[in-house]
Design a protein around this ligand. Structure first.
Ligand SMILES: [Zn+2]
Length: 55
């Protein structure tokens, strides 16, 4: 696997705590984000909720 300034992070629903999304985080460049928070669809909540990065 090529060395790359990206990392796969798991996103956890802030409502039900289900870990149901993954995203790529850039570790270099202009859009480096320390803690990702995204509005994503949660199948458990059956709606869009705020998802936060988890380790
Ligand atoms: Zn949820």
């Amino acid at each position: 696997m090529a060395k790359d300034a990206r990392e796969i992070v798991t996103l956890e629903c802030s409502v039900c705590k289900e870990r149901n999304h993954h995203t790529e985080k850039r570790l270099k460049g202009q859009d480096v984000i320390k803690r990702i928070e995204l509005k994503k669809y949660c199948p458990k909540c059956n709606k869009q909720t705020l998802h936060k990065e988890t380790k």
